[in-house]
Design a protein. Sequence first.
Length: 331
Amino acid sequence: MILCVRFGPGAGAGRGSGSGEGEGAGVLLPRLVDLVREFTPVVEAVPPGEVLADVRGALRYFGRTPLELAALVRVRALALYGVDCVIGAGPNPMLARAAAREARPGVTRVVDDPAAFLRDRPVAGLDGVGRATARTLCAYGLDSVGRVADAPLAVLQRLVGAKAGRDLWERARGIDRTPVVPGALSRSAAAERSFPHDELDRTEHRRALLSLATELGARLRTEGQVCRALAVTVRYADRTTTTRSRVLPEPTAHTAALTALAYAIHDSFGLQRARVRGIALRVEDLGPAEGAAHQLSLDPADEKARRIEAVADRARAKFGPRAVLPGALAA
């Protein structure tokens, strides 16, 4: 049995304004990992605010059910750090994450029957299914997870490819072979900004995205990494969220490139008068910077921006993260 423990909506993650530097999950996540390790050593941190824990041995050792063990984790997190958690439990990480997405603070969602849990869900909600794949499947009437699970494997492989088809067929049947790996290197990084009230102003949304791209870009460059994709998550006043992701033209840690794509993803939401309470940005598919190819540019402005960025990084390393800020954030 796998537990997926997440910070509750707005819990600790960037309590400041849309452009503020909330301490967020960067501080709370290690504490939550240590807390869960009191029950099992098989714990994997998934930034910005998620912990996966294999508790099969812990259930036998402590003689408790998944619900009882989750209740202990929640009570301790609330007592020690003032953070409420949402917890999902399932036989593998994919199902535990899906259960956590449906859970609410104070209630643990446990998946006992994977087939019944997944069957009526739209295929676009299945892990690893993007918009293009969902459109292809829906065009052939495979618009629910149950229909995908019932489809012959050969049909799915003809539609989306051999490997992708097998992965899709297994996930639709509730099969996830991904192990929980303690201390695994993260393949993504994320940060979030929460607004103190329902924020309808598009300008404030973009300021938050600029702040997030600046923070994550500096972090990647400091660690010698680049990312290949971005995901933007918008959290609304009713606690629902929407996430969209896109692939970058080339692997990069350049703040200007991250900001431009973040803005483009944000524009694709068409939020208009939506009541937004928080925005998160995730850099995905991380890799070493030395192994990434960069297309040489003949634009002197781009080269100048990269040189200024390098100088700003040195200033931040010496004087702190707020030593150099974009003008839109310093105002």
